[in-house]
Design a protein around this ligand. Sequence first.
Ligand SMILES: [Zn+2]
Length: 419
Amino acid sequence: MLTGRRARLNCVRRSPLSPPRSGTRFAPRPAPDAKRRVKHPLSEANPAPDAPVTVSDDRGTMRACVIRSTGGLERIEVADVAAPGSPALLGARDVRVAIRAAALNHLDLFVVRGLPGEYRFPHILGSDGAGVVETAGTDVTTVKPGDAVMINPGIWDGTCDFCRAGDHSLCANYQVLGEHLPGTLAESVLVPEDNLARVPALDPPLSWAEAAAFSLVSLTAWRMIVTRARVESGETVLVWGIGGGVSLAAMRIAKLRGARVIVTSSSDAKLAQARQLGADVTLNHRRQSVAQEVRALTARRGVDVVVDHVGEATWEDSLRCLAKGGRLVTCGATSGPLVLTDARRLFWNQYTILGSTLGNATEYAAVVRVLSSGALRPLVDRVYPLAEARTAFERLARGEQLGKVVVAVRGSAADTVVP
Ligand SMILES: [Zn+2]
């Protein structure tokens, strides 16, 4: 299962330079002064020396979707586990969020199958979520208890050179909720304040399912299209596999940038929906040669940008589809990570190959502003109750969805958010 262990979707990849995981502890954040040292309440193994020893962490239990070992989807269970830190032991800039809904990503499938690195079992799954602020650390200023929030699942340390330059998703100690840290498929989760955005007020209001479905794919697609590939008005963009959340978000963001977008799928039903959502041209990659069709559609020129998260199965076709000087941007490798690139084609045509992973705080704020404007409203495929979380994973694994598969953690995910 080398491929399964290494292949990743939705653009989250552990840096080979990362030090061993420090369990459930968030990496330290920059502190304005010594009193603001961040302590993570789940870090029993590394208690801060000035922790108040007389306060017990009376955090109780909560329902969560967990695995106790890696392997097949049968490992997924819903169980009672320890809840995150009590108010007394909350880090100064940490926030405890009562999760209303959590959305699944392909990353979650790879976490279940097993990724390199240390797991702390029971491991809570889930990277995407939305909920209500329960408790905020003493130095938290941007949210307060009762606020409806969405979560940027990429946690950075704030201290490395990349973080100081604002490039948080390049952080040397980057960690992702549900992969390196306890995830969102739980009644409560702890996140740093900087990783939260208030759910914007839309008309009609967002549901909890929509709010939960927004962050990971929208942030990932934003960085790919806007920051990395720098798609401009009038350019042509090819997006593989339009059923996936990143692809759909990439298509919509490319359209907002004024590009012409060609999308592919093996499902005619998904292609029909993609046209309704703004795709200019749709290709069924099971029946059609995408490279040939793209050449025909572009008067043999090729496209300016290809968005590829599939890897082995599409890589060479992606390069064949590019115009001279074109850019290939990738955030995943669902079909396998080992791709073949003809170096002669690369230099002669002066292609640029761009890797991309999640995004930084500025990009997250930008894509939330776009959501606030009414664009990029997430598309929810189906919602399952927490008790049926494994069934939700099975739907994602079969690739049946168009839009996001969501799990309602508390109450109904169809309820609208009151920001
Ligand atoms: Zn860093």
